[in-house]
Write a protein that binds this ligand. Structure first.
Ligand SMILES: Nc1ncnc2c1ncn2[C@@H]1O[C@H](COP(=O)(O)OP(=O)(O)O)[C@@H](O)[C@H]1O
Ligand SMILES: O=P(O)(O)O[C@H]1O[C@H](CO)[C@@H](O[C@H]2O[C@H](CO)[C@@H](O)[C@H](O)[C@H]2O)[C@H](O)[C@H]1O
Length: 450
């Protein structure tokens, strides 16, 4: 198959198929910027770079003479006489991708880099990760996770940069990087995919924390420590893990103290994000003055802000508890930000704030729609207990870093404002969770649901 034949495999139905995909956020005519045949034959594998309204996406397309029943759900459309479908569902083609990493292949400027450890048994079968995700990850047995970024932005992806930096000093709280797929986009070296070691037997922080809340609410005791599923020891370990990752990021990628002008800019950015949220969510307006006052309080302290690379979107759905330790995944940074924003140094408080906000979500989510008011003070106690544990864990590793004060309050509010926008768009029934946290911070009074 030649490249021009590969472009011709673009099925007429592609536009309609793309519009039905939750990750495809552009609307308009789609053009194919690049088509690369990664494997010839039946099935064939074609890598596409698609452009739509200034955004770029990549897509792995399988092409077969006839689509077997087991791949019918992945059908994109007819490609001439053949059928095009999403290749990640086809183990024959995911094996081709892993093979390219093993061979360190380079195909028409697509470079498969890294060091995949030698196989000691039969090749692991690659299947798409089943859970909800923004990108597209292929899991190879219990050995590798290959994550293709759906949307492409020119440059090295923070996921690659931060993993490499942390791995270089042996940080134990990441999945070891094993490779990456890179190529040029707009003349700039760009990360298309990352390959990591699979973390076996990992449990996500979110179901662990929410199970603990459920356990405590069902328990007659008012003491979160006496409930069977107390999460505080894990929250403490998680705090330690985050502090270690931060310390390693400072060691490898540095830290800078923001100058007075930078601080003004930092606070101005918080206000700008609030402006955007107010335009979208009118119910935020009653808290506007209180939020802005908390933002401005950062400048009033006169204390310098220390900036470093951080995870950027650290919540309980981004941390895996392996049998050994907590592992942080998905270092792409804040999902709503531009490429430049996602790579920008931030205060370490940013990750602390998002993790603390996530504990609030865990405590509050069972109260949404529940009439039992007796649960509210209990959920609040669980939250306080676990927030304290997280912060104590962080302070154990980084005793010189005081967590708290005006900066932490401001970034927690900033995250809650972002969450309000996110819930307004995707889960309106949960908007009350970040709104209650904002209300409590600006009024000082306990707010519903916690
Ligand atoms: N190295 C890994 N080992 C095991 N599971 C992983 C690994 N990396 C990610 N996962 C799982 O895959 C899910 C999605 O990964 P993530 O990097 O957050 O993808 P996305 O950017 O698409 O959201 C995670 O929530 C986690 O459950
Ligand atoms: O995981 P993503 O990078 O896609 O992040 C987005 O979606 C998250 C999940 O909806 C969202 O996180 C919010 O909900 C979580 C519970 O589902 C909670 O633990 C987080 O604290 C809360 O922010 C995240 O905000 C959004 O950017």
């Amino acid at each position: 198959m030649t490249t021009s034949e590969a472009v011709a495999v673009l099925p007429e139905e592609l536009d309609r198929w793309l519009e039905s995909q939750p990750w495809f956020r552009a609307r308009g005519p789609v053009t194919c910027e690049r088509a690369t045949v990664l494997h010839h034959g039946d099935p064939a594998l074609v890598h596409l770079v698609l452009a739509c309204k200034g955004r770029r996406y990549q897509l792995l397309v399988g092409v077969r003479d006839a689509l077997p029943e087991r791949l019918e759900h992945a059908r994109i459309g007819a490609a001439g006489e053949r059928v095009a479908y999403e290749a990640v569902y086809d183990p024959e083609l995911t094996a081709v991708l892993l093979g390219h990493f093993e061979d360190l292949a380079e195909v028409a400027g697509l470079r498969f880099r890294g060091a995949v450890p030698p196989r000691y048994a039969a090749a692991p079968v690659g299947r798409p990760f089943p859970g909800p995700q923004r990108n597209c990850s292929i899991v190879y047995g219990q050995r590798h996770v290959l994550k293709f970024f759906r949307e492409l932005t020119p440059g090295d992806n923070p996921e690659l940069v931060l993993h490499d930096a942390l791995h270089s000093v042996g940080d134990p709280h990441i999945a070891a990087p094993q490779g990456s797929l890179e190529s040029e986009l707009d003349g700039v070296r760009t990360t298309f995919a990352v390959l990591h070691e699979f973390v076996p037997l990992g449990a996500l922080g979110w179901p662990m924390a929410t199970a603990s809340v459920r356990d405590f609410l069902a328990n007659p005791s008012d003491d979160p420590q006496s409930a069977g599923g107390d999460f505080a020891a894990e929250a403490h370990r998680l705090g330690r893990a985050v502090a270690k990752v931060h310390a390693d990021l400072r060691e490898t990628l540095g830290e800078q103290v923001a100058g007075p002008g930078d601080e003004v800019e930092f606070v101005a950015a918080l206000h700008t994000r609030l402006d955007a949220a107010l335009d979208e969510v009118p119910s935020l307006a009653e808290f506007e003055a209180g939020i802005r006052a908390r933002f401005d309080a950062v400048l009033a302290t006169g204390e310098p802000i220390r900036l470093q690379r951080v995870h950027g979107d650290l919540h309980l759905g981004q941390v895996l508890r392996s049998p050994h330790t907590w592992v942080l995944v998905d270092f792409e940074g804040e999902p709503h930000g531009t490429a430049a924003e996602r790579s920008r140094p931030r205060p370490a408080e940013h990750d602390v704030a998002t993790a603390l906000r996530s504990l609030h979500y865990a405590a509050a989510q069972l109260l949404v729609g529940a009439d039992d008011v007796a649960m509210r003070p209990k959920a609040a106690r669980w939250l306080e207990h676990n927030r304290d544990a997280f912060r104590a864990g962080y302070a154990d590793v980084s005793p010189d870093r005081t967590l708290g004060g005006a900066l932490l309050t401001a970034v927690e509010l900033d995250r809650a404002v972002l969450e309000v926008r996110h819930e307004h768009r995707f889960r309106p029934e949960w908007m009350v969770i970040p709104l209650s946290a904002i209300a409590e911070t600006v009024t000082g009074a306990p707010a519903w649901p916690v």
